[in-house]
Write a new protein. Structure first.
Length: 473
């Protein structure tokens, strides 16, 4: 099933005919005859899309959109309206209320199905982002901030530059922001896409011998990193249902089949811009949440959740490349004494300052993580044993040679660390008889266990020193 669609129409025969078309295209279908029924079914059944008659016994498609936007819970549901006549005033009122598009009966079945697929695809993608954002907020991460005002960067793409110029003059007062022009041959040039435009308007001229060639631009825009999330609106100067359907299936977000109308085009572009800004903010929030989930909130080093799988990856890469790998477990000496003498705020400050010194002494390829309490892990790929010993001694000296300024203490406080180190041995390319290959996860675990044992030995021998464990397989 491609999706669940609610048909809202007071005329039963209309509902039945539309249900047959949708069911044959593998959509699940729900039915309602009034606005009130539609709201109840939406609440209980959660359709992916609503196709509504423009006029209902207790309201209109525009009223339905407004009522849906007032729902206290649940994400947005796209509404596609079906009208009995091509009336601009009615269509504009519906679009302003949030209706995604208006098709006029009798409509082309291929175009209807393409429009349905396009809307479900777009709103499912947004719903997926909203689901991940809800999870982020449940974990305490901030909600996305909505940008102020619908300013944007719009590009009109077509062959008739004089006509595009006239259109841009009509659009600028209605849109604000930036309206630029591009020919079909240079739309993918650095001049056009360098600033990552928000929305492209692809003008398909009915007088062109092969207008379908323009549709290749949709695939190109969707395949390019800087434009793949841009809105795409296809504007036909001459209606062609088959071409319009192809544009939607290729990835166009919206279309106008009746030529240029400055007011309607501006309204549709503002809608696409708002949708793009919303999804951008959701993506940003998700990226921020994923990053926050991998970091220790106190020191901003990686946390154990991130560090252990990354150690596994580095150990596997080291074995595959035949290169050494050093793993160090560092522990602050007598850390409890700091908390007892100066308070937990001083203990936190000590952890932060130690983390800063460790971080500043490492290479970009190295991994530093706080893996618990006053314990840190350092992973340094590519170091030989003498180099690793030298690096560990340098870290030990870096912490112990200069006292720390801590809140609660009138004088700087000397802090030292003990380091246990393990080196990954380089196994033969082919396992020797009787010796099974070790999995990457087990190899990483063995390295950590050996470094832990070496750390314990460093503590026993007097602290503020480096102790080497035996090589780990």
């Amino acid at each position: 099933m491609q999706g669940k669609i609610l048909i809202v129409d007071p005329i039963a025969t209309n509902r039945i005919m539309l249900k047959v078309k949708l069911a044959s295209a593998f959509f699940g279908v729900l039915q309602a005859g009034t606005l009130a029924e539609a709201l109840e079914i939406t609440r209980s059944q959660g359709p992916d899309l609503i196709i509504s008659a423009m006029d209902l016994p207790d309201g209109s498609a525009a009223d339905l959109c407004r009522r849906l936007s007032d729902r206290p819970r649940g994400g947005p549901v796209a509404v596609l309206a079906l009208a009995g006549e091509n009336d601009r005033t009615t269509r504009m009122a519906a679009l302003e209320a949030g209706v995604q598009d208006v098709l006029v009966r009798p409509f082309d079945e291929t175009l209807l199905l393409s429009r349905v697929r396009s809307l479900i695809r777009a709103f499912n993608a947004e719903a997926d982002l909203r689901f991940r954002d809800d999870a982020d907020r449940a974990l305490g991460f901030a909600e996305p901030e909505m940008p102020f005002g619908p300013q944007g960067d719009f590009v009109l793409v077509g062959q008739d530059s004089a006509r595009l110029q006239r259109w841009s003059i009509a659009l600028r007062p209605l849109l604000g922001g930036r309206v630029r022009l591009a020919g079909g041959s240079d739309v993918m040039s650095e001049r056009v896409i360098a600033t990552a435009p928000d929305v492209f308007v692809l003008v398909i001229d009915g007088t062109v011998v092969r207008p379908e060639d323009n549709l290749r631009l949709i695939s190109a825009l969707r395949a390019t990193a800087r434009t793949r999330h841009a809105g795409i609106l296809v504007l036909q100067t001459v209606a062609d249902a088959a071409l319009a359907a192809s544009a939607l299936d290729l990835g166009a977000d919206d279309l106008m089949t009746d030529g240029f109308d400055a007011g309607e085009l501006a309204l549709r572009l503002r809608t696409l811009l708002r949708r793009k800004r919303m999804t951008e903010n959701l993506r940003h929030t998700i990226r921020s949440g994923l990053r926050a989930a991998s970091l220790d909130p106190l020191t901003s080093l990686y946390n154990r959740r991130y560090a252990m799988p990354h150690l596994t990856k580095l150990a596997d890469q080291a074995q595959g490349a035949g290169r050494p790998l050093a793993v160090m477990v560092c522990d602050l000496d007598h850390f409890k004494r700091i908390n007892d003498l100066f308070g937990h705020a001083s203990g936190d400050a000590a952890l932060v300052q130690v983390a800063d010194r460790l971080r500043g002494a490492l290479r970009p390829a190295d991994l530093a993580a706080r893996i618990g309490g006053e314990e840190f892990m350092i992973v340094m790929p590519g170091l030989t044993l003498p180099e690793a010993r030298q690096a560990a001694g340098r870290l030990c000296n870096l912490i112990g040679s200069r006292p720390f300024d801590l809140p609660g203490s009138a004088t700087p406080v000397r802090i030292t660390i003990s380091i246990g180190m393990a080196m990954a041995s380089i196994p033969p390319a082919v396992a020797e008889p009787g010796h099974a290959r070790v999995s990457p996860q087990e190899r990483g675990s063995r390295l950590m266990e050996e470094a832990d044992r070496a750390l314990y030995a460093a503590k026993v021998k007097g602290r503020n020193q480096v102790e080497l464990g035996r090589p780990a397989a």
